[in-house]
Design a protein around this ligand. Sequence first.
Ligand code: TEU
Ligand code: CA
Length: 558
Amino acid sequence: MRKIWWKEAVAYQIYPRSFMDSNSDGIGDLQGIISKLDYLKELGIDVIWVCPIYKSPNDDNGYDISDYQDIMDDFGSMEDFDTLLREVHKRDMRIILDLVLNHTSDEHPWFVESRSSRDNPKRDYYIWQDAKDGAEPNNWESMFNGSAWEYDETTDQYYLHLYSRKQPDLNMENPVVRQELVQMIRWWLDKGIDGFRVDAISHIKKLPGLPNMPNPNHLRFVNSMAGHQNIEGIGEFISQFRREGFAGYDIMTVGEASGIPITEVDSWIGEKNGAFNMIFQFEHVNIDFGPEGRWDCAPWNLVDLKAIMNKWQTGLEGVGWNALYLENHDQPRSVSRFGDPVHYHKESSKMLATFYMLMQGTPFIYQGQEIGMTNVVFNELSDYRDVEIYNFYRERLMDGKDIEDTMRRIRYRARDNARTPMQWDDTPNSGFSTVLPWIRINPNYHEINVNQQMSDPDSILNYYKKLIALRKENEALIYGRYESRLTEHPEIFAYTRTFEDQTFLILLNFFGNTPMFAMPKELNERSRHVILSNYERVGQTDDKFVLKPYEAIAYQLN
Ligand code: TEU
Ligand code: CA
């Protein structure tokens, strides 16, 4: 076994707009991040992933980039970035940036040129098509709802945008485009950053011919994943980015790669051939999708969740490495989704932390998760900021759908749930800013905030600290083999981690009930002691006992 720093690291994701505002304009910024580095260091964080900070008209909060090598005015300057980089390294931490290759902003000079005439040299940087029968070139739906095509009057053609209309897709088939991106990658790596989280990377290749998708229900636009997700041949693109971009630097790379089956991970994250060190897979966070997809919110069950986690945990053993996460800036808050923020806020937040942080892989904590921040309830559509939500609302209106039902879906699924400002303390504007922020603060900041949890030894925040420390002290919790236990139990999630003669048992009651737990026979022989729990359980050694609601216990077995 080879020891590798990014396998031993704990990462923390920052959504800069909502993390910390240093200059009282209501928008988080780079100086704000710098002012909180000591907080992150103390938590035990090794790697910080910062969502896009590049120059951007901000249609999709920075995922629409107009200059890859400059900083968004809202966030500061390149000088501020250099300071951030220095300050991170000074504290013996590392920083990775978001790498958005699939698309640029429509205000990027490449696109401005590309759209200017059909024979512009940069025309082929993007994907242009003629109308078909007087309408869009095909029936693909954008991932942000509505058509994936936008008509452009100047040249009387349509361009493809899998996300918002201000995010035209780059034409990755064009080798010059790939070269431009490689140059940009190396420019940042030469600056000294420690790697990338690679945005939407499974979508960079489109199905040749851009064919219509089957449309049995005669919808206006149809889910187009089969046209652009993990399309055959994508492996050549990602391995080129590795070979010509990442190779030779001591960095960490994580691909955001929805829709990659575990049977195909070798070219993505194989120890030898992988383009990236890890990928974010989506199966566990898509578990509550209904038949109509993401906005169709359906119940989930624990046995299905186990099957997904167990598959990735055992499937990557000796093959690749997991990126572990429950939250990010695109997902609802985990305690609102998988826990009970009303009756067992503290217990269920800690249980969920124990659940994923002790698995095999590199854990990512999303800002605010460490204090159990929850989903927000906005009554008015106008309180939301996310372009995706407005597109969804508009399409539902056009389809004549019930507005209350639409709002209910938005409240549950909205990405803005994760984007409300960080709750630092209980002063006005939650210590995030001295003025009203760009998006409303969750009113529960009076009860849920960093300051309060710092001084409470039993807080979620202090529990995260203990978990992180525990991982660092025990190789078995980093490199140890994962084994599922009680696999068929509908309420209890249990697993062991084993490395050489060290074994840990992680025991989790996933719901608010009180199921009876019986120690699996094969573990019964061994003495054990509790090393961490979210209730008082010191010295618990019974073979059989009743678990408390959302109880989590980590045992060391001897
Ligand atoms: O999200 C991409 C993303 O979640 C989808 O590509 C996903 O693959 C799809 O929903 C299929 O399940 C990233 C960023 O995280 C997000 O914030 C951006 O809006 C988006 O890319 C566009 O850059
Ligand atoms: Ca600011």
